[in-house]
Design a binder for this molecule. Sequence first.
Ligand code: UDP
Ligand code: MG
Length: 319
Amino acid sequence: MPARTLPTDGSTQLSLVVPIYNEEEVIEALHSRIVQVLAPVVAKWNVVFVNDGSSDSSAGMIDAICNADKRFKALHFSRNFGHQAAVTAGMHVSDGAVVVVIDADLQDPPELILEMLEHWVDGSDVVYAQKKKRHGIGPVKRAAYYAYYRFLGRLTEVAVPPDTGDFCLMDRHIVDLLNAMPERNRYIRGLRAWLGFKQTAILFDRPGRYAGTTKYPLRKMVALAFDGILSLSKAPLKLAMFFGFFASAISFMLGLFFVVERLRGPGYLARGWASTIVVVLFLGGVQLICLGVIGEFIGRIYDEVKQRPLYVVSRSTGI
Ligand code: UDP
Ligand code: MG
């Protein structure tokens, strides 16, 4: 396959999509790192900042950058819609022949974009960054991440590469395909893997945040984890069947045991209180779990049926 080249007809060669939620401590550093990395290598590039309803001074800082440098543009959401919605919005308005999604906090080193670009030149449609090591998080969180991605890999039909985030470089046609996907509960790294094509990983040690604190509190992280599982797998629905079989097998054996016990003479069976309670509680619990799983899927179907927009833009700068 002949090497790919960036367009030279004056159209945008590379777009960067950066979701931003209360990142006032990092925006200046982010800005200069991006310029430092891209300016010497790519002739025509731009950056889409997506301000996901920040309540600090991020909005003003972003606008100041955009007004001073036309390569920078911004979308401002009407409220906080979440990281995945912000990335989606950025991809909708990006116009580069290749598009890079990157976190604002410099945990995704911009320098890696150049390495990603080399793989794209060699024919990769998606180049994603895979974390070898994570700095700046505790052992519990690290173990949870590790376990989650392995679990997700087993559950889903498409192989979502473990330990990847949204940091990646995509060819234009991949972005167009993602933009055409209608679903509301978006787990972008999963949708990206689902698409197929030639995908390449590059390994990196993920540094800690440049400054500030994580914008992913436990609640948001758990929600994203569920989105991952539920948007890529129907396995939880099969859980109900599994529990059903399991409970039937146990009750069948119990029945057999009671018959044998009865035949061997009276005495024991009167003491059935504990076993009855245990069985009732167990079955009640199983039924509630299954109802919860079904409810979760119905909730998602409801979200899709409503067809509400994924995000609302209150204003834009430079677009
Ligand atoms: N982010 C966002 N909306 C949110 C939460 C986070 O746009 O509701 C952005 C955030 O500004 C950052 C990226 O998503 O650019 C990743 O967030 P963060 O670095 O806090 O997550 P972590 O690296 O701790 O998992
Ligand atoms: Mg981060």
